[in-house]
Write a protein that binds this ligand. Structure first.
Ligand code: PMP
Length: 355
């Protein structure tokens, strides 16, 4: 049996794989594959509307917040956000908590003045800054709620009077937040929601339409809202797989229920890292991510033997990112708690044979 701790694209529920495979062969007994159906057909329009509706329901969104499924991966949002919200003379504030934040900052600088109000870079992004101020005139404040590479996560969302923008690519729908407090949320789907190739975007429509420069048609969120997320051909199959995952999440009891499970999974692994003599973590305790658990071996010479040991026992995807080294176990929504217990067991066995 395989235990998949990949950081993304990553594990999805087994029934989602089964249902999507069936839909590729014959969608809902229509005699057609989902891959050969027009996006303007009643079948796909229903898929899109149900998916948007489920996001609205699971995130408890108010009527000002619009749900879109867009192309391009989260990286496209690094430029699409400032393109829609920032004029050259405007300032936007960013928190620099990892590589993805810094990439977002780099793109935003093409559109306006960027004030990096805090950064944990000098400590290799091992913590979430808490001592900073956001200027009142900043058009928005951008955070990355979970730092996939370094394993840190904003445990509480900073209070601000500025429009709050969040890249939630690696913790979307994993915990309850007041999502209506955000002006805009974006997330590449390929961790908690579906396959690569589609972004979830939640935007408060009241923040749009304020910039003076022209926005290319396909980049302007207002056009996507007006067309019900069907401005052009959507990534049909990716949206369908997201729908299946959203249905699965609802059947689990929604975000509150999955959050409880995610807390248990993370506690299980962090407890072992803290207790086991061979392992430690560079991440500041109070900022530890519940999605991406990063850890190292006290003796780096044991890293390869441990990696080989777990790999030969069916554990996939725990090699740390090349920038942070060590190990990273991603515990996304669909990963069963039994996989975490299994990894913990292997860590204990490895300790017994190496101490
Ligand atoms: N933001 C975060 C937090 C991520 O983890 C990633 C990808 N791992 C990205 C942005 C970039 O996403 P994409 O590859 O979909 O552009």
């Amino acid at each position: 049996m395989i235990h998949n701790f990949n950081a993304g694209p990553s594990i999805l529920p087994k029934e989602v794989f089964e249902q999507s495979a069936q839909a590729v062969l014959n969608y809902n007994n229509s005699g057609l594959s989902i891959l050969e159906m027009g996006h303007r057909t009643p079948e796909f329009t229903e898929i899109m509307e149900e998916a948007r509706g489920l996001v609205r329901e699971l995130m408890h969104l108010d009527n000002d917040h619009q749900v879109l499924f867009l192309h391009g991966g989260a990286s496209t949002q690094f430029m699409q956000v400032p393109m829609n919200l920032l004029d050259p003379k405007d300032t936007a504030a960013y928190a620099d908590t990892g590589v993805w934040s810094s990439k977002a900052i780099k793109e935003a600088k093409l559109f306006g003045k960027i004030d990096v109000v805090c950064s944990s870079k000098e400590k290799n992004y091992s913590f979430i800054p808490n001592d900073f101020a956001v200027p009142n005139d900043a058009k928005y404040f951008h955070i990355t709620t979970n730092n996939t590479i370094y394993g840190t996560q904003w445990q509480s969302i900073p209070k601000t009077s500025n429009v709050l923008i969040a890249d939630m690519s690696s913790d979307i729908l994993s915990r309850e937040l007041n999502f209506n407090d955000f002006g805009l949320i974006y997330a590449g789907a390929q961790k908690n929601m579906g396959p690569a190739g589609v972004n979830l975007l939640v935007v408060n429509q009241n923040i749009l339409g304020k910039v003076k420069h022209p926005i290319p048609t396909i980049m302007d969120y207002r056009n996507h809202i007006a067309e019900g997320s069907m401005l052009n051909t959507p990534p049909v199959f990716a949206v369908y797989v997201c729908l299946l995952t959203l249905r699965w999440l609802k059947a689990q009891g929604g975000v509150a229920a999955i959050e409880k499970l995610n807390q248990q999974k993370a506690a299980l692994l962090y407890n072992e890292i803290d207790a086991n003599e061979l392992f430690t973590t560079n991440v500041v305790k109070e900022d530890r991510s519940k999605m991406n658990v990063c850890f190292v071996m006290k003796d780096p010479a044991l890293e390869k033997p441990f990696y080989d040991y777990v790999k030969s026992n069916g554990v996939i995807g725990i090699k740390g990112h090349r920038l942070s080294g060590g190990f990273r176990a991603s515990l996304y929504n669909a990963l069963p708690i039994s996989s975490v217990s299994y990894l913990v067991e292997l860590m204990r066995e490895f300790q017994q044979s190496h101490v």
